[in-house]
Design a binder for this molecule. Structure first.
Ligand code: ADP
Ligand code: MG
Length: 233
């Protein structure tokens, strides 16, 4: 029965996210569609046409941002639990973000505990750290240093992500993870951290955040370590 409860709870999270995604993507698509229709039906001058086209472009970009924060790696709802070597998975995500880091003159350094493992859904783990690391890079628009390190305790794997970017105020820190809370205006969705918290909760992990305005931010994640049974062959 316990296992059952855990499963239905997970399904609930997936369903809620599914509903939110289609809502968030449908809105900008509906607006874009409306303006396409206007372009087709009315004879407008070049200037108005260009205005409509830039609205369409902005709405499509907004839909794309939602998809990136939510489902870059997702295959449909089916969840598969695997053993994940933290170093390999984080290296994969960092490779994807390298162009963004280069664009912001952000230097990335890593210090991994080799072979440290946890159990979880690979795609969701990627999505989670994509959002965290992307935020860290975006917090350093004029360059800086992003440090990712892992430490193991007897029971846990700890992943620390540190930036020396713009940091957060107490109020911003309190609202972190609230759906649609963003300080990035039209460039943000405010959905990234909500996805992070929901994935980490589903993985039974913990998140701690320390931040100081103008100084930077440290995210610390802890997950139950997967320790393979000793074998004698
Ligand atoms: P978005 O990135 O679309 O704004 P997120 O949910 O990913 O939405 O993040 C919410 C907000 O949390 C951001 O707008 C930003 O204000 C704050 N934030 C998250 N990570 C950091 C960070 N590393 N440094 C400073 N602020 C951050
Ligand atoms: Mg974000």
């Amino acid at each position: 029965i316990r296992e059952h409860l855990v499963k239905s709870k997970k399904l609930e999270v997936v369903e809620q996210m599914g509903a939110a995604i289609s809502h968030e993507i449908r809105n900008p698509l509906t607006v874009a569609q409306g303006f396409v229709q206007l372009l087709q039906e009315t004879s407008t001058n070049k200037e108005t046409q260009n205005k409509y086209l830039s609205i369409i472009k902005a709405e499509l970009e907004s839909a794309e941002r939602v998809i990136k924060d939510y489902l870059t790696f997702s295959k449909p709802a089916l969840e598969s639990i695997e053993k994940l070597i933290i170093q390999d998975e984080l290296t994969h995500v960092l490779k994807i973000l390298q162009p963004l880091a280069n664009g912001n003159s952000v230097k990335i350094s890593t210090e991994f505990t080799p072979k440290a493992m946890i159990q979880g859904d690979r795609q969701k783990f990627h999505q989670c750290f994509l959002n965290v690391l992307k935020n860290a890079i975006e917090s350093m628009p004029n360059g800086g240093e992003l440090v990712i390190e892992t430490v193991t305790t007897r029971t846990d794997v700890i992943i620390r992500v540190r930036d020396n970017g713009i940091g957060m105020t107490k109020e911003q820190l309190d609202r972190l993870g609230e759906p649609y809370y963003s300080t990035k205006g039209s460039k943000g969705t405010g959905l990234g951290m909500m996805v992070v918290y929901s994935i980490v909760r589903a993985m039974k992990g913990k998140i701690e955040v320390q931040s100081e305005e103008g100084m930077g931010t440290v995210f610390q994640f802890s997950f139950h370590q997967f320790i393979p049974e000793k074998s004698f062959d």
